[in-house]
Design a protein around this ligand. Sequence first.
Ligand code: NAD
Length: 349
Amino acid sequence: MEHRELPVEGWRKVVHFRDDDANLNAIISVHDATLGPGCGGTRIFAYPSFEAGLEDVNKLSRGMTFKNALGGIPFGGGKAVIFADPKTEKTPDMIRAFARAVDSLDGLYYTAEDSGVTERDIEIMQTVTKYAAGIGKDGIGGNPSPFTARGVWRGMQAGARRVLGADSLKDVRVSILGVGAVGMELARLIHEEGGKLVVADVNKDAVAEAQDRFGAQAVAPEEAAAADVDVFAPCALGGSINAGSIGGLKAKIIAGAANNQLATPDMDLALKERGVLYAPDYVINAAGVISVGLEILGDWTKQEMTRRIDLIGDTLTEIFRRADETGKPTGEIADAMALEVIARGRDAA
Ligand code: NAD
């Protein structure tokens, strides 16, 4: 295996690994390891160029630094990419070679699933390295989607308390864009609490299921952001808050599971100026990595996991409070709070 460290200013360690026999071409990026080893998933994707993969992995690992810090787990930010089409090029040999790469960093980086990586792949990695996690065993950990949904639900309740003065989501109207693994479970939680649902998805069967089970009203995906509701919950792809959609928003709260909900950073301030409360995506959707973190620490119990997820609501309440107090947008406040956590970790070291 060839490896070459790539100097990236502001990143703790970025290493390019190649193993031609196993057809492995991968980058592991650790952005910050102040709070603990870098932790974040591996993405297998056929990037158009090496530079595109490098840019993506560094952006993702930096994002994990912030997510893990506010998620309250003692891990820094890390992420990895493998340059391959997961459907046609992934092989057990490639996965094993990648696990050797992870192992060679001696615990500076823990990996888990991201797109293109399955629980089976993690199992293969675990035959080579102890620095891979994210599979359910004996009722511990496992599929993160229900955890993520519960975290978003808690965050949504925190938003409704702040903006609507509501003690629960009863009669609160929520538009969910994307009723997949997370969105459908979120719909169930909102429905059980007496909330009113609007749903949109390109998958017609998923829409029909939400109509059947929760009496949801269906709209076209391009209408979900402009629905006449209290809360908009982006749970499909990133970028649904953009220059085109923001003008049509009727919701006063944005609280959803999707990563990178803001198409551009200026949307953070633009939402605030329109009087919309935004629950920063990486805070509200952190339950999956919190579960992986507890699994690595050997602290995973159902009770502890529930407690940690409920803390997501408390963290958001504090972000909303500080945003009100300072007049700053919530995304900016969240970043500042994450940096405070890291600075405290540095001082304590
Ligand atoms: P999923 O693939 O199960 O569900 C996504 C749903 O969105 C699908 O039903 C799909 O048909 C729909 N969709 C895709 N493109 C669409 C479009 N253009 N318009 C309308 N609907 C569209 O994924 P998921 O696991 O539910 O994750 C949802 C989002 O949350 C993703 O952005 C993911 O990155 C993020 N997220 C998920 C987790 C988790 O634990 N699963 C954790 C953190 C973040």
